[in-house]
Design a protein around this ligand. Sequence first.
Ligand code: AMP
Length: 396
Amino acid sequence: FSKLGLSDPIVQAVSEQGYTVPTTIQQQAIPAVLAGRDLLATAQTGTGKTASFVLPILQSLGGERKLRGKRIRALILVPTRELAMQVEANIADYGRHLNLRSMVMVGGVDAEPQKHGLIYGVDILVATPGRLLDMAHQRALYFDELDVLVLDEADRMLDMGFIEDINKIISHLPEQRQNLLFSATLSKEVRSLARTAIENPVEISVIADSSAKPDISQWLITVDKDTKSALLSHLIKTYDWTQALIFIRTKHGAAKLVSQLEKRGIKAESIHGGRSQAVRTQILADFKSGAIGILVATGIAARGIDIDDLDRVVNYDLPDDDDDYIHRIGRTGRAGASGEAVSLVSKDDFKRLCAIERRLDHLIERREIEGFEASKVVPVSILNYVKKDSKKSYNI
Ligand code: AMP
């Protein structure tokens, strides 16, 4: 890390985290960001992307400069509250030997403490777009001292419909600034955002780099829809799964699954958009500490969960979008740890399975569990399947 041009207090904080070698994206991004360049980076969670922008930002803000009230110097926009908290926690860890102020600003919680936190200015603000815009409109903060903008998980922000908010925010920013965009995928929409927000960027992609790819064993079980919860209970008990993050489509489904598991003697919790932010934060903390082992989550609520050694993720439902599958499995097997991704696939998931396997460019290993054989057979995917009305163009 010191060879990348980072100062001693930062190198020390990084080594206190136990990191010895920078990941591929860190090796490429840190010198470029320190040199003041804009960045367009294709990288998933699990590659060490957060540190790749946080470390050089800490370094460039580390010099003497007085903060002015209601001003921010670096803005990190993220899609979800959970990711915001995660990124800010990393800033606090990596910046522990520096004297910089960072803060999270997200919706769903009281705005007053956030306004209060801005009064003397903040060096690094991590925010979701909606709340940030609200605060700017209320003149609780001004962007005239901003040096750096980071768009983290840009594809996800666009999927969640934040494009208008992001464009409005960008229109308020000073023209002279550094821009860093991170995205798991470079869709047409992300490229078009990049054109408005970024100038002559250094482009980095770590997706194709197998050394950066986490070690994840992926497998699936074909099963009838109505026996999924019984199969899941069986897997948890038989294989003694002490930790699993289970993705499910709907809030209602999440609550129902928790009660089905509990009826079979398995303790589980759920997070979804219908639960308050305070409850979600507590449940996430308990899941991280191991107090909760089985967590059922809807896709949006689970976004941004960062746990170093998550044993496995389970797709109780397959996601509609193949990008989401990649994001989900990225929750396990992170930065060197191995993990598994298990999917319960019923016949109505077939099209989604095709899209995912096409994206992976290989079939996912199928396993059978005695007593749970699917009566409605899930055919083997056609790897050149193309989603109808798909916005993406596949290279076939
Ligand atoms: P991210 O891709 O930013 O979500 O990071 C994935 C995980 O890797 C996080 O839990 C980090 O704490 C961890 N990490 C980041 N950089 C390194 C590194 N150089 N060596 C080991 N672990 C790292």
